[in-house]
Ligand binder design. Structure first.
Ligand SMILES: [Mg+2]
Length: 407
């Protein structure tokens, strides 16, 4: 098989680099984007100056403040970052149609098909890097390898601002002395177990037979076996990402009961998360739309620095937005809708709060059960209420007047 040419590009300390670009007086200072020191939540990005104090993305803001009290804390402006991200992807798409958007500031390019266009491959990669840096005003790190995992590990080595290429037949040499924690398939728990077995480096893993890894870690063990040898056949996820996903319900009769409206909203949020999970999509914008009895339509949206996928979090945001419509008078509505937009594919680890896979796995488990036994087989408390209200009305002889629960 022909060796693939995969290039991984990652903007260095993206959000804080944008802040420095917009406000040059921040240059050389520890900049932490994500919120103010007393606020709840976590740092989304820390500049390299802040990292020297041990601050990293995903760290609670309070902890970041303890480590770096003179740091400059900024809430961040997602709209600006999003504009930079759009420009970044426009620039790199110029070189190949095979681009995977791994997050706002991280991309894989597959140059295999385009290779004949670029006789001097290395200088093309350098050109991409320079062009992005010049036109964005931000530095990027670039890794080149025969597959995604090696390209990404090369980028990690190149950080910040460098370019690293893993040449043919040098893969083992490159991997051998990297710590086991550098493999994405080896989480904190697996690290503890492996360290007890005195396995510290990727090279140490090679001594373990595949069956042993499998008996220790199940299917993850298989993954480790392959990753540690730099084997990765995953294609790029180049399928275009939808602009948005939305769900809405028009009621046959206007509803004013807030409890009932919230129950509908919960149901819509639940419906919305299925395509998000299927497409591995996370949303940076959540929007709630209402239409009043006089047909006037209004929408409210929230921009999120950390994108969301999980039903519980989306509902919480949607609920807050929804309740803003009810500041004064009691209103009756003929439509309610929820929309997720500015979607990214794959969980952008660096932007995330202490990462737990649990909600994601729970979501997939729910999808499976529903596929077998129908949507109504798993309902949240609010949805249950919706169902009860309607079955109660049915019993009293009312016709079910809104969109059915399981459509
Ligand atoms: Mg980055």
């Amino acid at each position: 098989m022909n060796r693939r040419c995969i290039v991984h590009i990652d903007i260095d300390a993206f959000f804080s680099a944008v802040e420095v670009l917009l406000n040059p007086s921040l240059k050389g200072k520890p900049v932490i984007v994500g919120g103010l020191p007393h606020e709840r939540g976590v740092a989304s990005t820390a500049s390299y100056e802040a990292r020297k104090y041990g601050v990293h993305s995903g760290m609670p803001l309070r902890k970041a403040y303890q480590l770096c009290p003179h740091g400059i804390f900024i809430r961040g402006n997602f709209q600006i970052y999003s504009a930079f991200s759009d420009k970044f992807f426009r620039l790199i798409s110029h070189y190949t149609p095979d681009v995977e958007k791994a997050s706002l500031d991280e991309a894989y390019l597959d140059l295999t098909r385009c290779r004949p266009l670029y006789p001097s491959f290395s200088s093309t990669v350098r050109e991409i890097k320079q062009r992005v840096e010049k036109e964005l005003g931000l530095t990027v790190s670039v890794g080149v390898g025969p597959n995604k995992i090696l390209a990404k590990l090369a980028t990690n080595r190149a950080k910040p601002g460098g370019l690293a290429e893993i040449e043919p037949n040098r893969e083992e040499e490159f991997l051998k002395d990297l710590g086991i924690e550098s493999l994405p398939g080896i989480g904190p728990k697996a690290q503890v177990i492996l360290r007890m077995l005195n396995i510290q480096k990727i090279g140490d893993l090679w001594g373990l037979p595949r069956v042993s890894l499998r008996s220790l870690f199940g299917l993850n063990g298989d993954e480790m076996y392959l990753q540690s040898r730099g084997i990765d056949t995953r294609p790029l996820m180049t399928a275009s990402i939808p602009k948005s996903v939305s769900r809405e319900t028009t009621f046959l009769e206007d509803i004013w009961d807030r409890r009932l409206l919230l129950a509908h909203l919960a149901y819509l949020c639940d419906r919305l998360t299925l395509p998000l999970r299927r497409g591995r999509l996370f949303a940076h914008i959540i929007e709630v739309k209402v239409r009043y009895s006089d047909f006037k339509t209004e929408a409210r949206r929230r921009l999120l620095i950390s994108p969301v996928q999980e039903m519980g979090r989306i509902y919480k945001i949607a609920q807050e937005l929804f309740l803003q419509f009810f500041s004064s008078s009691r209103l009756s509505l003929r439509l309610v809708g929820v929309k997720a937009s500015d979607l990214v594919r794959g969980r952008p680890l660096s932007l995330f709060e202490p990462y737990s896979e649990r909600p994601e796995r729970l979501g997939h488990a729910v999808d499976e059960v529903r596929e077998k036994y129908g949507f109504g087989s798993v309902l949240t408390v609010r949805e249950k209420m919706l169902e009860e209200i309607y079955s109660f009305e049915r019993k009293r002889g009312f016709v079910l007047k809104t969109a059915s629960l399981t459509k």
